[in-house]
Ligand binder design. Structure first.
Ligand code: CDP
Length: 214
């Protein structure tokens, strides 16, 4: 079974996808980490031809080991630079094979990101699109960062998330929208546990309907 989980920044899709992977005993890939790892390779380089060339080279030679340093990759700054390399078509093309291979492993997988249901796994068995309002998303990300002992300026973080959302939505190579056959789950008012229960209910219902041939 392939489960695709998409949604905007800090919508809770990563936590939800990890919970689903655990529940169904499937491997999980947080595809945002791929873009963050590529972003890390061009940190400090001004945007221009060198930035683009280095980002493409990093995407082409990306090693799964580069995804291990989660704390360094999940800072707000790493998110901002990830969304800058994510607009480069060759970067997206280079990361496609990695994601596709993960998705199609025997038994299936859970992938979360922005374009899983639209571009990476249009054939996924179940697609979820996770939404939450911007303030709730900012607050969640702030608590996550504070939980790691980092100081957070909520005003700056809110604007950083809005700016990244805008860049993502305008990404000409993106596919960052809800697939027609994705189930919308708004988690603004839901705890992590409640969101997970709701997602499991959607998945079980969808798979039961499929098994019944409907
Ligand atoms: O966790 P959060 O939603 O804040 O970010 P993320 O999922 O780690 O993604 C970081 C950035 O990578 C996004 O803002 C996108 O620009 C890019 N990304 C993408 O282009 N395609 C994906 N499948 C996942 C992330």
């Amino acid at each position: 079974m392939i489960i695709a989980v998409d949604g905007p920044a800090a919508s809770g899709k990563g936590t939800l996808a990890a919970g689903l992977a655990d529940h169904y005993g499937l491997p999980h890939l947080d595809t945002g980490l791929l873009y963050r790892a590529v972003g890390r390779a061009v940190q400090g380089i001004e945007e221009g031809p060198e930035f683009v060339a280095r980002a493409i080279a990093a995407a082409c030679s990306l090693d799964a080991k580069a995804l291990g340093d989660r704390d360094a990759l999940t800072t707000a700054e790493a998110g901002a630079i990830a969304s800058r390399v994510a607009v480069i078509a060759e970067v997206r093309a280079a990361l496609f094979a990695f994601q596709r291979e993960f998705a199609t492993q025997p038994g299936g997988a859970v992938l979360d990101g922005r374009d899983i249901g639209t571009k990476i796994c249009p054939d996924a068995d179940v697609k979820l699109f996770i939404q939450a309002d911007s303030k709730a998303r900012m607050e969640r990300r702030a608590r996550q960062l504070e939980g790691r002992g980092l100081a957070v300026d909520r005003y700056a973080l809110y604007h950083q998330i809005e700016e990244r959302d805008a860049r993502d939505m305008l990404n000409p190579h993106g596919g960052f929208y809800k697939a027609d056959d994705a189930h919308l789950l708004d988690t603004t008012q839901l705890s992590i546990e409640a969101a997970l229960r709701a997602a499991i209910a959607i998945i079980d219902r969808t798979m039961a309907l499929k098994a019944g041939g409907q």
